[in-house]
Design a protein around this ligand. Sequence first.
Ligand code: ATP
Length: 239
Amino acid sequence: APSSSILQVKGLAAAYGKINALNGIDLEVERGQIVTLLGANGAGKTTTLKTISGLVRASAGSVTFDGQDITTLPAHEIARMGLVHVPEGRHILRGLSVRENLELGAFTVHDANLRRQRMDEVFGLFPILKNRQHQDGSLLSGGEQQMLAIGRALMHGPKLLLLDEPSMGLAPKLVLETFKIIKRLNEAGTTILLVEQNARLALKLAHFAYVLESGSLRMQGEAARLRDDPSIVQAYLGT
Ligand code: ATP
């Protein structure tokens, strides 16, 4: 049956040696939405994203993206299909300019005109990156590096963006700025799966939420419903 979901995860499990990090989770991301994945440290959020994007091999279960089974595909092929992962930490390459870091993000795009067009779009979204395009990417501030990491992902023209704790390590003002950018990207048509420590903000932004605990899903629902339920907020979203 046709589904409005761009991503369907079924019974997904992953392990690091003998440590089971994911115990078989089911989740879906509807086209056009922001879905957030919440949970305490070590709950398995990063592992979920890595298993979806092919950086970690699933030990069981399946991942279907845009109607295709991608469970066993290599990460670069998954990225080429338009499922792009912005990992935790910003991974800006030292010794490369801002512009070169962005160009690196476009390795899946062979059309030079399209690359230029995407770069213009990224510069439109993040004028600071345009101003600093010839500067070493590693000299940018934390918030600017986060913009560069997202900009680099946008160079692929993603259909689905996986964002792993984009607000980590940022000053409060920049956290809000980053969340605004995520909202704008979504309004411009990008579907987003967002892992966040900042549950309150993530639930404000997202349409739908999943809560992971020790490698299993404990709860799911419309973000607005979770946000407004004090027992849920207290039990799972603390802080
Ligand atoms: P955090 O919010 O702290 O980043 P998380 O929810 O993203 O946590 P994961 O990073 O997915 O959690 O980790 C899930 C479990 O797998 C944890 O018990 C963690 O210690 C373990 N783990 C993660 N990466 C590895 C690894 N490379 N080798 C061994 N164990 C790992």
